[in-house]
Design a protein around this ligand. Structure first.
Ligand code: NAP
Length: 310
């Protein structure tokens, strides 16, 4: 047991997956959940992945040692304002948000002056395109990275305790500044998501093509983009609007590279295309070697396809 009482605020995909890990490994004396979606709360109780649920945030966080924000980052300010008066001295707030600079600003600026509250911001770099407690699973985090991004309200002791929680979920732990985290994630996650949203939008709006045919033959490439583009709209709206400068810089770079590719195709510069594709093929191999492919996730996807086909 790492904490006496943990409260998860937002029992969706990430919150419910963490809840499963906490219950399975008995990492908390008591695990509570709060969510503004009453169906999700009822679902979490029914699934047996928490000890208690409450539709009252103040009641939920009473006597908590650890409060985990697992909502879209846009909700952090309001949640902090609501819970701060009810937290016990020395309580730790942590979060799972995909962007860190904005998340930290939202928490810090809404904590009362001189509050004896510790903050350990972090990001489990693991997920799927699904939402809600029914879609969570306890192996989601296995073998992935947990990035902790300490801030001025962090203590080393609290960072170690929160990191131990994620290590118990079989995550590898890394630490970096929030700014660096947001820069790295803009490249490995935000830009690829933006491109997927854009491609799925473009292909599905193309004139002169039968929508049915696009869906029918989608396994040739389109399908893989739809998996990413099927991600939660609220979460991704918050990410792009609040990691704006970094992502705008990357979009500019991407557009330049895309225009260069357009030119290569127009002028028949096959050697340049071949060089790039060889380089990207090598990167794919490196990703697999670094065990960042998700065989577990693929298995779930196949099971879902089989279920839908029956
Ligand atoms: P999710 O499945 O949609 O769960 C979020 C939950 O928070 C929903 O139940 C939502 O309810 C609830 N919620 C929204 N505003 C709230 C508020 N003010 N108070 C209480 N509950 C509230 O989303 P998720 O994928 O787990 O993402 C949650 C967080 O994890 C985000 O910050 C995201 O950046 C981060 N994250 C996501 C992934 C991923 O791949 N999905 C990976 C790593 C980190 P409603 O649906 O009714 O709004």
């Amino acid at each position: 047991m790492i904490f006496n009482k943990i409260v998860i605020v937002g029992i969706g995909l990430i919150g419910s997956s963490l809840a499963r890990v906490i219950m399975k490994n008995k990492l908390a004396g008591k695990l509570w959940a709060y969510d503004n979606n009453p169906n999700y709360l009822a679902g979490a109780k029914e699934l047996g992945i928490v000890d208690e649920v409450s539709s009252n945030l103040a009641t939920a966080v009473k006597e908590a040692d650890l409060v985990v924000y697992a909502t879209p980052v846009g909700a952090y300010g309001e949640i902090t304002r609501q819970i701060a008066p009810y937290l016990k001295k020395g309580a730790i707030i942590t979060d799972v948000g995909s962007i860190k600079k904005y998340a930290i600003d939202e928490i810090e600026k809404n904590l009362p002056e001189g509050a004896d509250i510790i903050v350990v911001p972090g990001h489990p770099v693991a997920g799927t395109e699904k939402s809600g407690p029914a879609n969570g699973f306890d192996t989601l985090f296995e073998g992935r990275w947990y990035i902790v991004t300490p801030c001025k309200y962090s203590t080393q002791e609290a960072v170690d305790k929160v990191s131990a929680l994620w290590a118990a979920a079989k995550m590898k732990v890394d630490s970096m500044s929030p700014e660096h985290h947001d820069k790295v994630m803009a490249a490995v996650s935000h830009l690829p998501h933006l491109i997927a949203f854009s491609i799925v939008g473009t292909v599905s709006d193309l004139e002169g093509y039968e929508k049915q045919e696009i869906i029918k033959y989608s396994a040739s490439g389109f399908r893989d983009f739809t998996r990413i583009a099927g991600s939660d709209p609220t979460m991704w709206r918050d990410v792009f609007l609040n990691n704006k400068d970094t992502i705008l810089e990357l979009i500019q770079r991407f557009v330049e590279d895309l225009i260069a590719l357009e030119r290569n195709i127009r002028w028949g510069e096959g050697d340049k295309l071949f060089d790039l594709f060889s380089r990207t093929q090598k990167i794919r191999k490196e990703v697999i070697e670094a065990k960042q492919e998700q065989p577990e996730h693929e298995k779930r996807l196949l099971a879902e396809i089989n279920r839908l086909e029956k």
